[in-house]
Design a protein around this ligand. Structure first.
Ligand code: FES
Length: 150
C-alpha cells in the first residue's frame, strides 16, 4: 500500500492503495465515483474511459502509480450540470439504450472534439471505433458527435 495524491476533476484527492491498482477501481471502490464503468478489464471495450491530461485512456489498465502528476477527468467532472456539448448532443439524439457504455463513449467523444473540433465522418469513426456498445447505438453516437462538433 502507498499513498497517492491525485488530481481528479480539479480536486486534490488522497488514496491509500496498492501500487498496481487500476484507476478504474481507485475511482469506483475508493472514491465512490461510479460513473466510470467496468466492461472487459483488458482495455478492449472502452467502458472505463477517462481523460488523462485531456487524452482518452482506459482506466482498467492504468495503474494508479502512473497518474500521480496527471490531470484526470471522469464523467462526473466533464461538466457542472451535464451541459457539456457532447452530453447535450447525447440527450438531443437520445443516444443511450441500456446506457452502460455511454460514459465511456462520451469521454472518448469529448476528447476527440477537444483535439479536433470539426472531425470528418472518418475521423469520428476512427476515434469511436474502440468503444463497444452491445445495444448497437453506433449510428446515434456518430450523429451526436457530429452535432456536438458543429
Ligand atoms: Fe476498460 Fe473494457 S473495462 S476497456
Amino acid at each position: 500500500m502507498a499513498q497517492y495524491n491525485l488530481n481528479i476533476n480539479g480536486k486534490s484527492l488522497k488514496v491509500d492503495v496498492d501500487t498496481n491498482t487500476p484507476m478504474l477501481w481507485v475511482l469506483r471502490d475508493h472514491l465512490d465515483m461510479v460513473g466510470t464503468k467496468f466492461g472487459c478489464g483488458i482495455a478492449q471495450c472502452g467502458a472505463c474511459t477517462i481523460h488523462l491530461d485531456g487524452n482518452a485512456v482506459r482506466s482498467c489498465q492504468l495503474p494508479v502509480s502512473a497518474v500521480e502528476d496527471a490531470k484526470i477527468t471522469t464523467i462526473e467532472g466533464l461538466s457542472e450540470n451535464g451541459d457539456h456539448p457532447v452530453q447535450q448532443a447525447w440527450m438531443e439524439h437520445d443516444v443511450p439504450q441500456c446506457g452502460y457504455c455511454q460514459a465511456g463513449q462520451i469521454m472518448t467523444a469529448a476528447a476527440l472534439l477537444q483535439q479536433n473540433p470539426s472531425p470528418s465522418d472518418e475521423e469520428i469513426e476512427n476515434a469511436m471505433n474502440g468503444n463497444i456498445c452491445r445495444c448497437g447505438t453506433y449510428l446515434r453516437i456518430k450523429a451526436a458527435v457530429k452535432t456536438a462538433s458543429q
